[in-house]
Design a protein around this ligand. Structure first.
Ligand SMILES: [Zn+2]
Length: 73
């Protein structure tokens, strides 16, 4: 019976998708404690400009876009 074959295939499909879903996806929500990536944008506390994290200056746990802004505070 073709119906029986389809039913078996359906069951295999369900089991297969359940197995796939169990796998942790790489695009899971970021953990709050996770460190920021270097290409993430951060706001300069002095002038408000957004800059890439890798290009910012971190002074007393605050982000600055340039040394001039660090001097300004
Ligand atoms: Zn700035």
């Amino acid at each position: 019976m073709i119906l029986k074959v389809l039913l078996v295939l359906l069951v295999i499909g369900i089991v297969y998708f359940m197995f796939i879903k169990k796998k942790p996806l790489p695009t899971t929500k970021k953990d709050e404690n996770e460190k920021l990536e270097s290409n993430d944008m951060v706001q300069c506390v002095s002038c408000g400009t957004y800059a890439e994290l890798g290009e910012t200056i971190i002074s007393s746990n605050k982000y600055y876009c340039s040394s001039q802004c660090v001097d300004k505070g």
